[in-house]
Design a binder for this molecule. Structure first.
Ligand SMILES: CC(C)(COP(=O)(O)OP(=O)(O)OC[C@H]1O[C@@H](n2cnc3c(N)ncnc32)[C@H](O)[C@@H]1OP(=O)(O)O)[C@@H](O)C(=O)NCCC(=O)NCCS
Length: 150
């Protein structure tokens, strides 16, 4: 299979947007509703999809307010059957270039404290752990906050 992907920037008006909602539902324990997605302030959010063989197989959602130099990574995922092959790293490298171009000097995120795979992934990308936030998520799960200088 061709594993060379292409970055696309998406918003609710794109035809492929429904693929993002499908991925969100499949890959996250607390997916957002269509309304949650559509109601985002799209002036302040950047949604990048990773397109492989004509399909959107992953996405990353950042919040970045104009004139701010800190981006917030809200979600990142890759379709489960494609993980562990370096595809996420390729996707991330292109996202990082785009986020830098937008003027962000650092990126921070929260991740569930028991999501060891994602934490390992972020550490591999050189994110540093900041702190544990107790009961951050609606179901009481703790979060770990992490940050990277771009
Ligand atoms: C997070 C995600 C995008 C990472 O993509 P991936 O393809 O699984 O990442 P990789 O398998 O390439 O792993 C990257 C690194 O993470 C680390 N890692 C992987 N599995 C791990 C585990 N079980 N424990 C600890 N570290 C692990 C390793 O350092 C690995 O590098 P290596 O391949 O050199 O060993 C993907 O797992 C995903 O979509 N998860 C579901 C959604 C999610 O939880 N998103 C994050 C919260 S927003």
């Amino acid at each position: 299979m061709n594993t060379t992907g292409k970055l696309i920037q998406l918003s609710p008006k794109h035809l492929d947007f429904h693929q993002i909602l499908d991925l969100d539902r499949e890959q996250f324990p607390r997916p957002w509703s269509s309304k949650d997605w559509i109601d985002l302030n799209w002036d302040h959010h950047l949604l990048y999809g990773w397109c492989l063989n004509g399909q959107t197989v992953g996405f990353a959602l950042f919040s970045l307010v104009t004139d701010d130099d800190v981006a917030h990574l809200l979600k990142i995922c890759l379709r489960s059957d494609l993980r562990g092959q370096g595809i996420s790293q390729q996707f991330w490298d292109v996202c990082l270039l785009k986020i830098r171009e937008r003027g962000a000097k650092s990126i921070y995120l929260e991740v569930e404290s028991h999501n060891h795979k994602a934490i390992g992934f972020y550490k591999k990308l050189n994110f540093e752990t900041l702190r544990v936030v107790k009961s951050y998520y609606s179901d009481g799960t703790d979060a770990i906050t992490m940050q990277i200088t771009t």
